[in-house]
Write a protein that binds this ligand. Structure first.
Ligand code: S3P
Length: 436
């Protein structure tokens, strides 16, 4: 039976300190990179969500051993070779990140491997990784979507590739294939999150990165083996963002969110919300294995103003736009978000869904193929019933709706509460702790 969330009152003022669960991008990367080492890797605070569990199931199928003990996860990988067995089949579930980046690791599999996913993932575009991986020498049965059958090559050839979307998944897939190639791969990549680069640097892999304003030039040399990777996974800014907005839009509230990854390539949401007048401060900033970490302090913010969001901030806030749109709905003036076509290629067509939800809330908005204009109203208050369903079980649509219901009023019935299991299983527990 599908779990439904009912919310019919705003949250009361709160003043608390919380931690959010481990970063999803780092958790999936840790699992896949650890699968390449024959030594034992240990992670603390690995995100135990469905996307990460799918990653673990995939590497187990490919030959790694995995153990959970308390808050620790141990992986003993099977090195650079893929298990030599025909008809291997792996399932990436709902995860675009896992599905796309694991294909890079399969580049040297001489046997065919089948990759499938759930209904939402099967609608998503895989041509963005199929294209570069073919240049390395891989073969695919199809051009675009899951389920796919891939056959790698014994001698992947290094490539020179121009990644134009600003997709970290695509960039990572290429970097993973590059690790298994003989020679140097060069990627000119539009700016996107750089966790893979930082992890590979920390592991002393031969990688150089030259940064310019819009692009990075990454050169990476193939290697034969990799060290184990012990890692304490920090909190996920994308999960944190829902509680930043909960606090900003609530009365007389404040919140400290401890130990969050604030990598500059991920904090677009903080830049955008601050620009709109929100009070957010980083405290206790430190560096952990190349990643920036901080505690984030946020307060209710009364005087919110609209934003004409610069395109250059899009990639560093790509998973947070839904929740940012809520703030725009409660701000003075008309906000404009542009060049966001990629949002319609996520777990659900998110730009379309955001516009639908804003309409249900009575917020005037104008959507084009890749932009959204939101007419904000600081006095916005909902007094009607709102039902959210059929959103391809997109976890972020669910959480955005729960935050809207807790801050803007109305009587909400939000379907598919189980969707949060993909990225933030403790979301509802934390919301309850804060007083919902
Ligand atoms: C991710 C990259 C982003 C993001 C996704 C996680 C990653 O996707 O939306 O949730 O971990 O590399 P794109 O690479 O498609 O931009």
């Amino acid at each position: 039976m599908e779990k439904i969330l009912y919310i019919n009152k705003k949250i009361k003022p709160f003043s608390k300190s919380i931690i959010v669960e481990g970063d999803k991008s780092l958790s999936i990367r840790w699992v896949l990179i650890s699968s390449l080492s024959k030594k034992k890797s240990i992670a603390n605070n690995l995100l135990k969500s469905e996307d990460v569990m799918s990653s673990i199931d995939c590497i187990k199928t490919l030959g790694s051993k995995v153990k959970f003990k308390d808050n620790k996860c141990e992986i003993i990988g099977n090195g650079f070779n893929i298990k030599k067995k025909s008809n291997l089949s792996i399932n990436a579930g709902n995860s675009g990140t896992l599905g796309r980046i694991i294909l890079g690791l399969l580049i040297n599999s001489k046997n065919k491997i089948k990759l499938s996913g759930d209904k939402s993932l099967s609608k998503r575009d895989f041509s963005r990784v199929i294209k570069p991986l073919k240049e390395f020498g891989a073969q695919f049965n199809k051009k675009k979507s899951l389920p796919l059958i891939m056959k790698g090559t014994e001698n992947p050839k290094p490539i020179k590739y121009f990644e134009t979307r600003g997709s970290a998944q695509c960039k990572t897939s290429i970097m993973f294939a590059a690790l298994k190639s003989e020679g140097t791969t060069e990627i000119k990549a539009r700016k996107s999150r750089n966790h893979t680069e930082l992890l590979l640097k920390y592991l002393k892999i031969p990688i150089t990165i030259k940064k310019s304003r819009d692009f990075d030039i990454i050169k990476i040399k193939g290697i034969k083996k990799i060290n184990s990777l012990n890692y304490k996974i920090p909190g996920d800014i994308s999960s944190c963002a829902f509680f930043l907005v909960l606090t900003i839009l609530s009365d007389n509230s404040q919140l400290l969110i401890k130990n969050v990854n604030v990598n500059p390539s991920r904090i677009g949401v903080v830049k955008i919300l601050k620009n709109m007048g929100a009070f957010i401060k980083f405290k206790n900033q430190r560096i952990y294995k190349g990643e920036k970490i901080a505690d984030i302090f946020v307060k209710s913010s009364k005087k919110l103003k609209s934003i004409n969001c610069p395109k250059k901030w899009n990639s560093s806030a790509i998973d947070e736009f839904l929740i940012i749109f809520l703030v725009a709905a409660k701000s003075k003036g008309v906000s404009y978000f542009k060049d966001l076509g990629e949002l319609n290629k996520k777990e659900s067509p998110r730009l379309i869904w955001a516009s639908k939800i804003l309409n249900l809330m009575g917020v005037k908005n104008i959507m084009t193929k890749n932009s959204l204009k939101i007419h904000g109203n600081p006095n916005l208050n909902i007094n009607k019933t709102i039902k959210i369903k059929n959103f391809l079980k997109d976890h972020r649509i669910f959480m955005m709706s729960a935050i809207a219901a807790s801050t803007i009023g109305g009587s909400w019935k939000i379907n598919d509460a189980d969707s949060i299991k993909t990225s933030f299983p403790k979301f509802l527990k934390i919301l309850k702790e804060l007083g919902r």
